[in-house]
Structures are given as structure tokens and as C-alpha cells.
Design a protein around this ligand. Structure first.
Ligand code: PBG
Length: 326
């Protein structure tokens, strides 16, 4: 007979005990589905590097939004892929640009049930693929870009977006957009600061998905993966500028940053499980190397455990379905 009295395994002895003791729970309302809508197509088209994810037509997007609402998700985040691109990303501010048209469609369809969100960044709309406009020397001009972001914010709010995802990593972007919206009488529109967005290889499949024109990289504006303290600093700055929510992105390789930000943030903290994180699991699962569904749940649970209040994930609808039937 052993004299052990402290037996942590008591907490793991049965499914019922484990279920009661779980520290982290997932709820469909904490999941946000990112979607891509492409101008000029009539049918959804698969994205090769993101198996299971498609380029939506306006029609299939409408159906996907309804499905997301029926799944009980918290929100849907729209990305647009225009047919024409130019130096300043005109399509981003055109009310008839694909993202703004799609936002109108989705807001009309599910605007009551879901928080309809839009990516506020120029990279999908510029012919050079950068997140801002360029100075004559080819560098990304921070303050000229802020002017474009202000205009883009108004266009997106007019289209019916309830929450703008500021993913461009320009200095002062949250304050600039907040001021523009407030001046236009739109203090109701929420701002998500992609506070700690790292220059990551895990955006690779996304760049395929948006047919990115980018030559070079985004290292003069996105964070260096080596830096943890700087991620915290960016979150502090976004909060000071009035961000309603802050984001850490990508998720899995930045759980320390996420935990740091979550430990001190006075506002909700979200994480974006990006395209490369999705593609890795799908590719390994397709090879039979991991149990796909368990791996998917484990990644999202880990992101929540690290401190994310909500998670943007391409698996949102599927996972919500599992959560409801469990
Ligand atoms: C920029 C943006 C990016 C992603 C979302 N918004 C990528 C980038 O900086 O190239 C990546 C999302 C993903 O990889 O899933 N508009």
C-alpha cells in the first residue's frame, strides 16, 4: 500500500470528471470565419493550398454567411479579391468594389446574427501587393497610407461592416481610422487592431488565395518573429489609440505573445489561426500522419488556453458543428 495522498490523476479518471474539470472551453460564439470573395466569378472555386476553403462568388458567399450564422459563430471576416489593381488600391474605397459589394450582401443577410467584419488593408487592391501606398523611392509611405485607410474605413462602414480589421501594421492606423469614423458620425463601428502581426511564412497559402502581387516582403511594417516585447508594445499602442479589440497573428508560433497581451489587456484579445497553420494540419492529415479532427480541436483549444477570447479560423463552421453535437 502506497502512502501517496496527492493524486492529480483523480482529476483525469473518467470522461465525466474530465469534462467538469476542463479549464478551457470552446463555444461557437468565440469563433470567427474568414472568407474570400472574388470578383467576376459565378461559382465558388477551390483554393489549392487551402483544401476545403474556396474563393466565393457573391452567391456562394451569401450561402456561406447563412451557414456561419446557423452554426452559431460569433462573426465573419471578409477579404475581397478584385479584378483590377492599381498603385493606390482604388478598389478598396470604391462603393462598387468587390469587398464593399460583398459586405453589403453579407450585412443584409446575416448582419443581425453575426458581427460582420472586413479586412482593412490595401494589399489585395494594390498592383504592387503592399499593404499601403508607395513613396517615390518604393518604400511604404506610412502617413499617405493612413489617408487611404481613413477613406477605406468610411467605405466599409457605409457598406455595413460592423468591425474593421486593421491588418496593415502602419503606425497610428487605429487612431487615424477612429478619428475618421467618429468625424463621419460612425462611432458605433468597432475597431480590431492587428496589434502584433508578425512577418510570417505562415501567410503563404493566404497570399495564393488572394493572388497577391507582392514582390519582396513586409518586414518594414510587420513584426520580426524574434520579438516578444515588441508585440506587447504594439498592443499597448493600439489600445491607447482606441482599439476595441487587439489581435495576435499568427497564433500557434506566437502563443507567448498572446499570453503576454492577454495577461494585461483591458480589451478583448483575439488570435488569427492563419492559412499556413490550417494548411499544415490539412496536409499532414491528408497523408494520414495525424488525426485531423483531434489536431484541429487541440490547436484551437491551445490558442484559447493561451489567452485568446476569440479565434479567427478557417475551420470555424466545422468546429462549431462538432461543439454542438458533443
Ligand atoms: C493582409 C492580411 C494577411 C492575412 C490576413 N490579412 C496577410 C499578409 O500580410 O500577407 C493573412 C491571413 C492568413 O494567412 O490566413 N491583408
Amino acid at each position: 500500500m502506497t502512502s501517496l495522498t496527492i493524486r492529480p490523476r483523480r482529476l483525469r479518471q473518467s470522461a465525466a470528471v474530465r469534462r467538469l474539470m476542463a479549464e478551457t472551453r470552446l463555444d461557437p460564439a468565440q469563433l470567427v470565419l474568414p472568407v474570400f470573395v472574388k470578383e467576376g466569378i459565378d461559382e465558388p472555386r477551390p483554393i489549392v493550398s487551402m483544401p476545403g476553403v474556396v474563393h466565393h462568388s457573391l452567391g456562394s458567399l451569401r450561402a456561406a454567411a447563412v451557414q456561419a450564422a446557423e452554426a452559431g459563430l460569433g462573426g465573419i471576416m471578409l477579404f475581397g479579391i478584385p479584378e483590377q489593381r492599381d498603385a493606390v488600391g482604388s478598389g478598396a474605397t470604391d462603393p462598387d468594389g468587390i469587398l464593399n459589394v460583398a459586405t453589403r450582401v453579407v450585412a443584409e443577410e446575416v448582419g443581425e446574427a453575426l458581427v460582420v467584419q472586413t479586412d482593412l488593408c490595401l494589399d489585395e487592391f494594390t498592383d504592387h501587393g503592399h499593404c499601403g501606398v508607395l513613396a517615390s523611392d518604393g518604400s511604404v509611405d506610412n502617413d499617405a497610407t493612413l489617408e487611404r485607410y481613413r477613406e477605406m474605413a468610411i467605405a466599409q462602414a457605409d457598406a455595413g461592416s460592423a468591425l474593421l480589421g486593421l491588418s496593415g501594421m502602419m503606425d497610428g492606423q487605429v487612431a487615424a481610422v477612429r478619428e475618421a469614423l467618429d468625424a463621419a458620425g460612425r462611432s458605433d463601428v468597432l475597431l480590431l487592431g492587428y496589434a502584433a502581426k508578425y512577418a510570417s511564412a505562415f501567410y503563404g497559402p493566404f497570399r495564393d488565395a488572394v493572388e497577391s502581387a507582392l514582390q519582396g516582403d513586409r518586414r518594414t511594417y510587420q513584426l520580426d518573429p524574434a520579438n516578444r516585447r515588441e508585440g506587447r508594445r504594439e498592443a499597448v499602442l493600439d489600445i491607447e489609440q482606441g482599439a476595441d479589440v487587439v489581435m495576435v497573428k499568427p497564433a500557434m508560433s506566437y502563443l507567448d505573445v498572446l499570453a503576454d497581451v492577454a495577461a494585461t489587456s483591458p480589451v478583448p484579445v483575439w488570435a488569427y489561426q492563419v492559412s499556413g497553420e490550417y494548411a499544415m494540419v490539412e496536409a499532414a492529415a491528408a497523408n494520414g500522419w495525424i488525426d485531423r479532427d483531434r489536431a484541429v480541436l487541440e490547436t484551437i483549444t491551445g490558442i484559447r488556453r493561451a489567452g485568446a477570447d476569440a479565434v479567427l479560423t478557417y475551420w470555424a463552421v466545422e468546429v462549431a458543428g462538432w461543439l454542438r453535437t458533443r
